[in-house]
Design a protein around this ligand. Structure first.
Ligand SMILES: Nc1ncnc2c1ncn2[C@@H]1O[C@H](COP(=O)(O)OP(=O)(O)OP(=O)(O)O)[C@@H](O)[C@H]1O
Ligand SMILES: [Mg+2]
Length: 328
């Protein structure tokens, strides 16, 4: 999709479900990006085009929800031998292929932690390291440099707070405070490292580096499953592998494939989460959309073409999925 098509699509953003879209007897939870409907053991996750930064929803970006859902589905397919995921196949095929942005899932009891896996010293881990602080309880060896690869990936979890920012907590702390049992944490740790390594392997073939990523797990049918989203540009940081070594040697920033573009645009305008956000103009919405589509192509190898070009068509497809899953 080119820039002019993207401009036309600005008016077709899917900003989320309306209350009237929710079938009776089904409950709705609005996350920052996804609307989650559930009833009994069933759930449907609908990814909107809302974009958040610094934990605040700030605007919409054409097709972002579709890009995220389809990237996640791609990764769930490519990791299901490691750990079962929350997706439920439907009689009429893969829900994300029909609606673009919605999936049928098992409703999980979510583990109240965000499990971040890092392979490189960057982002908040680099800021902690530079300030001499341990990174989520892990004391790293001295002498590491900006964007250096760790000998082994590390886990830097945090608790998932209902309000505001998440708080870093080591695995031991999560176990001690009763968020997870020791056995479950061991299972989560093993799965997270294996998922991340698979991500690195598959992306190496695409000329990308999966730098760090966040997983959310849940329990369904008494088993640990990976839920929510996986290896999307919202939950992960990717770099282009080409030129990594040169940039690392000279201490430069790496070339990124993710929503840092949007965050940086905000930071350049003096916004980093507090006070009024600047008005998000159409230009940056368009540029951001094109970045998401570029990410889709870079990760999956396929050009991005929306399943539904208009918000109305997407709504109709989602409504039919809801009727199929929840009846009515
Ligand atoms: N299979 C599932 N069953 C139940 N809940 C799920 C499942 N998959 C994801 N979730 C939850 O659905 C929500 C998805 O919404 P979204 O990602 O937009 O939320 P968020 O803004 O990141 O987080 P928050 O929960 O803080 O609003 C998350 O709270 C996530 O934990
Ligand atoms: Mg989320």
């Amino acid at each position: 999709m080119n820039e002019s098509a993207c401009r036309l699509a600005l008016g077709q953003c899917f900003d989320g479900l309306r209350d009237t879209d929710v079938p009776t007897g089904v409950s709705l939870y609005r996350g920052k990006v996804r609307d989650v409907l559930s009833k009994g053991t069933k759930a449907v996750l609908v990814a909107s085009d809302r974009i958040s930064a610094f934990d605040r929803v700030l605007s919409t970006v054409p097709y972002k929800g579709e890009v995220l859902t389809r990237i996640s589905s791609w990764w769930f397919r490519n990791t299901e031998d490691i750990i079962p995921n929350h997706l439920v196949p439907l009689s009429l095929g893969d829900a994300s292929q029909r609606t673009g942005r919605a999936v049928a899932a098992k409703r999980c009891d979510m583990v109240n932690a965000e499990v971040v896996v890092r392979g490189y010293l960057t982002g908040s881990a680099w800021r902690d390291y530079q300030a001499g602080r341990p990174v989520s309880g892990i004391v790293l060896p001295s002498g590491l440099r900006y964007c250096q690869q760790f000998p082994q990936p590390i886990l830097t979890p945090s608790t998932k707070e209902a309000e505001g920012h998440d708080t870093p907590a080591s695995g031991q702390e999560l176990v001690a405070s009763g968020v997870v049992s020791a056995d479950l944490w061991q299972e989560i740790e093993r799965a997270s490292i294996a998922l991340y390594k698979r991500g690195q392997q598959l992306m190496a073939q695409r000329g990308l580096i999966l730098v760090d990523t966040k997983y959310e797990f849940g329990i369904a049918d008494g088993r640990l499953v990976i839920a929510d989203e996986i290896h999307t540009p919202d939950s992960s940081r990717y770099w282009y592998a080409d030129g990594y070594a040169e940039r690392f040697a000279s201490g430069d920033h790496q070339k990124e494939l993710d929503k840092e573009t949007f965050r940086r645009w905000l930071v350049d305008r003096g916004f980093s989460g507090d006070g009024d956000a600047p008005a998000i103009d159409d230009d940056v919405r368009c540029q951001t959309a094109l970045r998401y589509m570029e990410a889709f192509k870079a990760i999956t190898g396929n050009d991005f073409e929306p399943v539904h070009g208009t918000a109305h068509a997407a709504r109709v497809a989602v409504a039919s999925l809801l009727a199929e899953v929840f009846g009515g």
